[in-house]
Design a protein around this ligand. Structure first.
Ligand code: SF4
Length: 236
């Protein structure tokens, strides 16, 4: 049986591919496109996301790239999004919550400091959940990888749940991602070079210190490690 053949799991209607840690992410994406033609890709345009976008383009992905504008993104992140939209015209870049600002009344403008879970729930998770309920894709293409954080150390290529998540970069290291981005001159968020190895909203992101996980700068000191899109009760 090859890596791309499928075998039945719990039910006749559910199939899981026989990938292993050495499987090329491109093969995972090609399988995903065959299996889920309505595949959708949420992205925050971090290093992982930029690499995944490029690989997806090479594999023939022409679907949507969905970004949630919380109103608190760094200008560099919005510029990165625009650069990517120009580079990959075959994909449709969708910005949800567009026009959100800290003063728009959507939340208390400083809710991020008093209740970051509630802030993420309203500004990030809710807009994407609503969009996905409307579009109802059968699977999501996601850029998380195991070495981003100890909390992501078990991410599989194919993750079942409310929606199937396909994680082609699950086994790639940061060094592999950086090497790929450099080899293909990808427009990585310039904050990355300043130590922002994972870039979220400006009130909740700091540069990473030597030896820290790539995501250690997210919600540092707030007892929070995920925005709620990929972990927790309301995860996608
Ligand atoms: S990362 Fe911070 S500012 Fe952004 S939505 Fe979450 S709590 Fe709010």
């Amino acid at each position: 049986m090859t890596a791309l053949e499928e075998r039945p799991t719990q039910s006749a209607a559910v199939f899981s591919p026989t990938f292993d840690a050495q499987t090329d992410p491109l093969d995972v994406i090609r399988w995903a496109l065959q299996t889920h033609p309505d595949l959708t890709m949420p992205s925050a345009f971090n290093l992982n996301g930029v690499v995944l976008l490029d690989l997806a383009g090479r594999a023939g992905y022409t679907g949507e790239v969905v970004f949630v504008d919380t109103g608190y993104h760094f200008p560099e992140t919005l510029t990165t999004r625009d650069n990517l939209a120009t580079r990959y015209p075959q994909m449709t870049f969708v910005t949800l919550n567009a026009g959100a600002t800290p003063e728009d009344g959507q939340t208390d403008a400083s809710l991020y400091s008093t209740d970051p879970d509630a802030c993420c729930a309203v500004r990030k998770v809710a807009p994407l959940q609503a969009y996905l309920r409307q579009r109802a894709p059968s699977a999501l293409l996601n850029a998380r990888s195991r070495d981003q954080a100890s909390t992501r150390a078990d991410i599989p290529f194919v993750e079942e749940g409310t929606r199937r998540k396909i994680n082609p970069l699950a086994f790639w290291t940061r060094e592999q991602l950086e090497a790929y981005a450099a080899a293909h001159a990808l427009p990585v968020n310039p904050l990355y070079a300043d130590g922002f190895l994972s870039v979220g909203c400006w009130p909740c992101t700091r540069a990473v210190k030597p030896g820290e996980d790539a995501r250690a700068g997210r919600w540092a000191g707030k007892g929070k490690t995920e925005c709620g899109l990929w972990a927790g009760d309301g995860k996608l």
